[in-house]
Design a protein around this ligand. Structure first.
Ligand code: ZN
Length: 384
């Protein structure tokens, strides 16, 4: 958990590993572990590698941490060969990506991107401790957070290794994949209002059953997303009111989560889903409202970085597969200041955020070798 005693211990461990690998390392004002390996001359712009060191409750071992360790290992290999590159390499272990403690995600990477909202310092955790006080008790100075921000010209690109957290690579029989984009998404609360009534006395043709209408909406969202490429739509929660066995539901509430690898496809899927919901509501003579809760834009991976990662995978003798990331990652913040790229490593059954999260050593070796090759051959992508 962000700014916990466990994170303090993890930071000490990671700083030690960074220094052993030849990086000059420190903890920045938001609690990120940052290590720098200079290029052929001091002060060159850097290729930033990294992932996050925090995790969720009852988590697995690899979400986040694996990407930090692979990045350190890549630099350790350069250092062992006394090899310097025409750019600096930095490794960052972001202090907060998951947002578990303060309910706001990507705190570490947003500080680096210069998009950290200082108003968040007043947010409190479940114990009533503010982010400001938690940073101070951790030995950090919240007034220095603005200084964590990097200038776009100092950052050539950001690249991250992460477990897939999904089942696609396993189904393809592949250890590695190139990420095309970190999916954008929308979340809504939907509410259907019909008419409650006696389950025994109201004939079927006179009913305005809110739950039956909601059920039709659930299936419509599933059908519309299923017919489109790479769109996912999920209703993860539904309730009926008043919620009695012998009462026709007068009200139904459900959640809707829609994600897609491009903003255009996401918007067109949403338009189709809304139109179908409206048609269902009209036909069933119920009222349906969709309250927007959250929206995140797609973070596209730079085509040039995708090509370079694909070339590195192919050079390892592996088939290249491209896939979008359905989960969020630090790149969503860093994309504001630099082109981003991601390499996924297969995980068992696609399970993540769970102690059963598992990977194989062979897959990690393949990932680390491909990532090292990518770093050594890295060419800065054009900036848009
Ligand atoms: Zn993660």
């Amino acid at each position: 958990m962000f700014l916990s005693p466990e994170q303090k211990a993890a930071n000490e461990l990671v700083l030690g590993w960074m220094r052993e690998a030849g990086l000059v390392a420190h903890v920045d004002a938001i609690g990120n572990c940052v290590g720098r390996y200079e290029g052929e001359s001091a002060g060159l712009p850097c290729l930033m590698l990294g992932s996050h060191l925090d995790t969720v409750r009852d988590a697995g071992k690899y979400d986040g941490m694996l990407g930090v360790i692979v990045a350190i290992e890549v630099v350790a290999a350069l250092h062992a060969q006394k090899k310097r590159l025409p750019f600096a390499v930095e490794v960052v272990g972001f202090g907060d990506e998951e947002g578990v403690r303060f309910g706001a995600t990507l705190l570490g990477s947003r500080a680096v991107a210069g998009t950290f909202d200082l108003g968040l310092l007043d947010k409190v955790d479940a114990q009533g401790v503010s982010l400001r006080d938690a940073l101070r008790s951790f030995g950090l100075d919240p007034r220095q957070i603005a200084g964590v921000a990097r200038r776009p010209k100092d950052l050539l690109a950001y690249a991250e290794v992460h477990i897939e957290q999904g089942p696609v690579l396993e189904a393809e029989g592949l250890a590695l994949g190139v990420v095309t984009a970190i999916n954008g998404g929308n979340r809504f609360n939907a509410e259907v209002t019909g008419m409650a009534g006696h389950a025994g006395t109201v004939p079927m043709r006179l009913r305005r059953d809110a739950l039956a209408a909601a059920a039709e909406c659930v299936l419509a969202a599933e059908r519309i997303a299923g017919a489109l490429h790479n769109i996912v739509a999920t209703v993860g929660r539904i309730e009926a009111l008043p919620g009695a066995m012998n009462v026709i539901p007068g009200c139904a509430r459900f959640s809707l989560d829609v994600r897609a690898p491009t903003d255009d496809t996401r918007r067109s899927a949403l338009t189709a889903i809304r139109a179908e919901f409206d048609a269902i509501a009209a036909r069933r003579n119920v009222r349906l409202t969709l309250e927007p809760l959250w929206e995140a834009k797609t973070a596209p991976c730079a085509p040039a970085l995708q090509e370079q990662l694909a070339a590195a995978i192919a050079a390892e003798g592996l088939r290249v597969h491209h896939l979008p990331s359905g989960a969020g990652h630090d790149g969503m913040a860093i994309v504001e200041i630099a082109p981003i790229g991601m390499l996924f490593i297969r995980c068992k059954d696609g399970v993540s955020h769970n102690p059963a999260e598992a990977i194989t050593l062979d897959d990690v070796h393949a990932g680390a070798r491909a990532f090292a090759r990518f770093v050594e051959n890295f060419a800065p992508p054009p900036r848009s």
